[in-house]
Design a protein around this ligand. Structure first.
Ligand SMILES: [Zn+2]
Length: 340
């Protein structure tokens, strides 16, 4: 449900809270709930006054202006649920979540808690992608802490395997990229990892075309996956612009993957850009970017985006056996060490 709040004060806050919940939490549109004889107050963040307001909107639809750019191109949860309803095979076939954070950087849950929650979701493997040192605000890790995390992951994997439990935990990272597309970690440290995500976290509000930045990012041989490419945030930041056709073609040429960051407030890439990515034939990686156990549930937004854009599942890392993903990153390491 897309609500536009004109009220101020606590009523305005109540409406805006319901509007946010209506976007990303309600499994059904308010109109559909009413049509099926359900109660609006059963929806998250809908009290009696908000319910009456929505009923008023439904009876006499107000003129709703186009949302501002920072709120465009986001799927609602109701759209996601409807999209997945016809694609049970996507849900059952997905083997991995390839972006999540733990208490090693800015996540709320420990490595073990995230791994166990991922096991409960039925994943065969997951990528642990804590931040690198260039992002101190997110407690980014230096090489020494990365090595300690490697030891912890290896021990956890041995324990899970001995107990006959999944998932296999891949040691990955969300490496900070400078606006020039350069990473911030020693090559020897990166060479130990199963998978390297690269992401921009600075100068994200520029209006000028950023194609060169992205070409440098996807051609950086250290980066396997370009994470949350556009860097947009719902209602806060529209994200960067580029000639995306060129960027995705360049990524496809060097076989770097681009990510669907399935966080409800990112949805980056969104459906429109995913269609461009589909036409370029670039590899796709899906990550929830979960910073808590609950946020692992964002996967449905990533799957729905891919389905709506017509991305073939063969192009999505998350549907491949873990051996294939590891063989892909290993071949990229070999190619970059022989070409330099
Ligand atoms: Zn990030």
């Amino acid at each position: 449900m897309r609500l536009e709040a004109e009220e101020t004060g606590h009523r305005g806050r109540a409406l805006r809270g319901a509007a946010r919940a209506g976007m990303f939490a309600w499994p059904q549109e308010a109109a559909a709930v009413v049509e099926e004889g359900g109660r609006l107050t059963d929806l998250w963040r809908v009290g009696p006054w908000v319910a009456r307001t929505i009923e008023g909107y439904l009876a006499d639809p107000p003129d709703v202006p186009d949302p501002p750019p920072a709120r465009r191109g986001f799927l609602t949860r109701a759209e996601v649920v409807a999209t997945l309803a016809g694609h049970d095979d996507w849900r059952t076939a997905v083997r991995a979540d390839l972006q999540m954070h733990t208490t090693h950087s800015d996540g709320k849950a420990t490595l073990r808690e995230m791994a166990e929650a991922s096991a409960a979701l039925g994943y065969e493997y997951v990528g642990i992608t804590d931040h690198s040192k260039g992002l101190p605000i997110a407690r980014g890790m230096d090489e020494e802490r990365l090595a300690r995390q490697a030891a912890e992951i290896a021990a956890l994997n041995r324990e899970l395997e001995a107990a006959g439990l999944g998932p296999r935990v891949l040691h990955s990272i969300e490496m900070n990229l400078s606006p020039e597309g350069e990473g911030d970690m020693e090559p020897e440290a990166l060479a130990q990892l199963d998978l390297v995500l690269g992401a921009f976290h600075s100068q994200l509000r520029l209006a000028e075309d950023q194609t060169d930045r992205y070409l440098a990012g996807v051609r950086n041989p250290q980066v396997d996956v370009l994470a949350h490419p556009r860097c947009r945030m719902y209602d806060r930041r529209v994200g960067l612009t580029a000639d995306w056709g060129r960027v995705f073609e360049a990524a496809a040429e060097v076989d770097t993957a681009v990510e669907i960051d399935a966080n409800t407030h990112r949805q980056d890439l969104d459906v429109e850009l995913l269609r461009v990515a589909r036409d370029a034939g670039v590899r796709i990686s899906i990550g929830t970017d979960a910073h808590s156990v609950r946020e692992l549930g964002f996967m449905e937004f990533g799957l729905a985006g891919a389905i709506r854009a017509g991305i073939p599942r063969e192009r999505v890392l998350n549907f491949q056996p873990v051996q294939d993903v590891l063989a892909w990153t290993a071949s990229r390491r070999r190619a970059s060490s022989t070409s330099t």
